[in-house]
Design a protein around this ligand. Structure first.
Ligand SMILES: CCC/C=C/C(=O)SCCNC(=O)CCNC(=O)[C@H](O)C(C)(C)COP(=O)([O-])OP(=O)([O-])OC[C@H]1O[C@@H](n2cnc3c(N)ncnc32)[C@H](O)[C@@H]1OP(=O)([O-])[O-]
Ligand SMILES: NC(=O)C1=CN([C@@H]2O[C@H](COP(=O)(O)OP(=O)(O)OC[C@H]3O[C@@H](n4cnc5c(N)ncnc54)[C@H](OP(=O)(O)O)[C@@H]3O)[C@@H](O)[C@H]2O)C=CC1
Length: 265
């Protein structure tokens, strides 16, 4: 298998009548996840801060079997995101995808306390708030949670002390809630993508970094957002019904090789 293959293997109509909330649905991985879920019949509510990218996702989703609507919100605004989760949840919630996230790349000595707090707030505190708010709705439909993490979350990555700390926290939370909420039939998993070429890594300054990251990936290629999307859908499906508390790295073995470092040694 030398050519990239179409990752879409799940059957049409898989999620007819089901509903999802996807954070960070305006661009990149979150958009790919939203579109795939809609293609499989799910009704998706997308969240991000900016309206225009969300409206673009909605336009791309038009005509797909599921539906896409959206709300603008900063996931770090706990009251606002809780209200959106409640509104979406009242219509039923089968899947929560915690995808909104990000960081800057800096050595630990170059991370101010405010910078540390911002990244922890976005990538850990907000994930807890959204997940906890979704609990009663997920419980009602034995739903699933998928949180987008990072390749190498369990081994470290230079330039990412704040983000790895936050995502490792989400992994710990995921494993703990997999235990606490198992009785409710709720499953929680994390996906660790490798390098995904999205707008977050698209500028010229990121080009060299990107080349280095791909070179450090044993399989020698970035992770397409569509591959991440199919894995999210698999985890939400009945095929994943006994999978919970997992970290699944979809990274061409980057976490087993040199790792994806944002700084050189
Ligand atoms: C394998 C892994 C590959 C991963 C790829 C991806 O994730 S792709 C996805 C990629 N997409 C994204 O990552 C997009 C999302 N990312 C973001 O929005 C930001 O990274 C954020 C989370 C910090 C925003 O939080 P916010 O709105 O609260 O931000 P703010 O502006 O108020 O700044 C807060 C503090 O951070 C400081 N600071 C900022 N940059 C740097 C720097 N380079 N150096 C040092 N410090 C820096 C800034 O100076 C300030 O502290 P100060 O000086 O006042 O003490
Ligand atoms: N690209 C990569 O190589 C990798 C990415 N990841 C992770 O995958 C996730 C998605 O990344 P990617 O698609 O590349 O990133 P993008 O920057 O393309 O997309 C991030 C999305 O999250 C939204 N978002 C960011 N901050 C907030 C916020 N505070 N509140 C609400 N929405 C927010 C953005 O919209 P808006 O700006 O309008 O709010 C956007 O829709 C992130 O968690 C990222 O760290 C993990 C591994 C590799």
């Amino acid at each position: 298998m030398t050519e990239p293959t179409n990752p879409e293997v799940l059957r049409d109509g898989l999620f007819g009548g089901a509903r999802a909330l996807v954070t960070g649905a305006g661009t990149g991985i979150g958009r790919a996840i939203s579109l795939r879920l809609c293609a499989l019949g799910m009704s998706v509510t997308g969240v991000a801060r900016r309206e225009a990218p969300l409206a673009d996702t909605a336009e791309l989703a038009a005509g797909l079997p599921g539906g896409f609507d959206f709300r603008t919100c900063n996931v770090r605004d706990t009251d606002a995101i809780e209200a959106i989760v409640a509104e979406a949840g009242e219509g039923g919630l089968d899947l929560l995808v915690n995808n909104a996230g990000g960081q800057f790349f800096a050595p630990a000595t170059g991370i101010s306390q405010k910078g540390w707090n911002s990244v922890i707030d976005l990538n850990l505190n907000a994930v807890f708030a959204v997940t906890k708010a979704a609990y009663p709705y997920l419980k009602a439909r034995k739903g699933a949670v998928v949180s987008i993490s990072l390749s190498g979350v369990d081994r470290g990555g230079m330039g990412l002390a704040h983000s790895i700390a936050a995502r490792a926290g989400v992994l710990g939370m995921t494993r703990t809630l997999a235990l606490e909420w198992a009785k409710d039939g709720i499953r929680l998993n994390c996906i660790g993508p490798g390098t995904v070429v999205t707008s977050g890594l698209a500028d010229e300054a990121a080009r060299q970094l990107l080349d280095n990251l791909v070179a450090a990936t044993p399989m020698g290629e970035p992770t397409p957002p569509e591959d991440v999307a199919e894995l999210v859908a698999f985890l939400a499906s009945s095929a994943g019904r006994l999978m919970t508390g997992q970290l699944i790295q979809i990274d061409g073995a980057a976490h087993l090789g040199a790792g994806l470092h944002m700084l050189s040694a």
